[in-house]
Design a protein around this ligand. Structure first.
Ligand SMILES: [Zn+2]
Length: 292
């Protein structure tokens, strides 16, 4: 089923706020066993791909820009990072397509310096945190200098929201703690740093209602719909995206776990938003969040 607002644009216009590398750097090295657990549990065959193929796939689906996320959970998982230099190099190969987001490991003593370097030297556009994989509580005062630095840099931040599929089904979930995905921990950061633009990624199962409350109450907090096909997203989230939160909710896939044409087809089949709301959700809200 086509999406009229995408078809009406002369150039691919939608923005995917949440994509990972379809290469061994993410799927095998950084992901390690916890990623293999997720693939087994959800039956996803994750074949590695080249970036040319990824970009062509997106453009064919009507998506013109993609936020590519770094990954550094080295202290907590022992796996090597997808480095900020790597993300910047991929961005430089497709500068009109990728928006590069850095990752810093909050447990590393040089995380504040690395955050500054990612913006000043690598010209990355924002930050991504995955609190469950990285094993930290964002509301812990130990991270205050990092948040203050990022707020002063004026860079947007994507925090993971909700449970994670990483480690799914493994004994002890490979030691990963679901509690760090509770969006209420991000509410503290958002309250103390009103100039930090925050996106709580994914419908934050099982705390979607908490997430909606925070997005509604705090003008600096957005959310995206990545990681879930629309058919599985909580009804209340879909209703808020159409009404109260129509200026805060953004499109995202969690590529390569979900591909853009698959998500967009499911969106067309399971929602009935006006063209106005579709444009906001598919690109206008992301343009505001990213200050494009
Ligand atoms: Zn993700």
């Amino acid at each position: 089923m086509p999406i009229d607002v995408l078809d009406a644009e002369p150039e691919p216009r939608a923005i995917d706020l949440h994509a990972h590398q379809p290469t061994s750097e993410f799927l095998e090295e950084a992901g390690g066993e916890m990623m293999a657990d997720a693939a087994r549990k959800f039956g996803a065959e994750l074949e590695t791909k080249e970036y040319d193929e990824m970009v062509a796939e997106y453009r064919a689906a009507g998506v013109g820009r993609v936020v590519l996320l770094g990954w550094d959970a080295e202290t907590n998982t022992g796996n090597p990072p997808v480095t900020n230099d790597y993300v910047a190099a991929v961005r430089d190969a497709f500068p009109d397509f990728f928006v590069g987001f850095a990752s810093v490991d909050p447990h590393k003593p040089d995380c504040v310096d690395e955050a500054e370097r990612a913006i000043a030297d690598l010209d990355l556009s924002g930050f991504k945190f995955q609190q469950i994989a990285q094993g930290f509580d964002p509301s812990d005062p130990a991270h205050e200098e990092l948040w203050k630095t990022i707020e002063d840099l004026g860079a947007p931040v994507v925090f993971h929201g909700g449970n994670s599929t990483l480690g799914a089904g493994a004994p002890g979930g490979r030691g990963l703690r679901v509690k760090y995905g509770n969006p209420l921990l991000i509410d503290d950061v958002a309250a103390d740093h009103p100039d930090m633009r925050i996106c709580i990624a994914h419908p934050a199962f099982p705390w979607e209602k908490v997430q909606l409350a925070i997005c509604q109450q705090k003008g600096n907090v957005y959310m995206d719909l990545s990681g879930w096909l629309p058919r599985y997203i909580d009804e209340q989230v879909l209703r808020y995206a159409d009404t109260l939160l129509q200026d805060e909710v953004m499109f995202g896939t969690d590529y390569p776990m979900i591909e853009p044409d698959t998500w967009l087809e499911d969106f067309a089949a399971h929602t009935d938003y006006s063209e106005d709301v579709q444009r906001k959700l598919l690109w206008e809200n992301a343009e505001a969040f990213l200050e494009l």
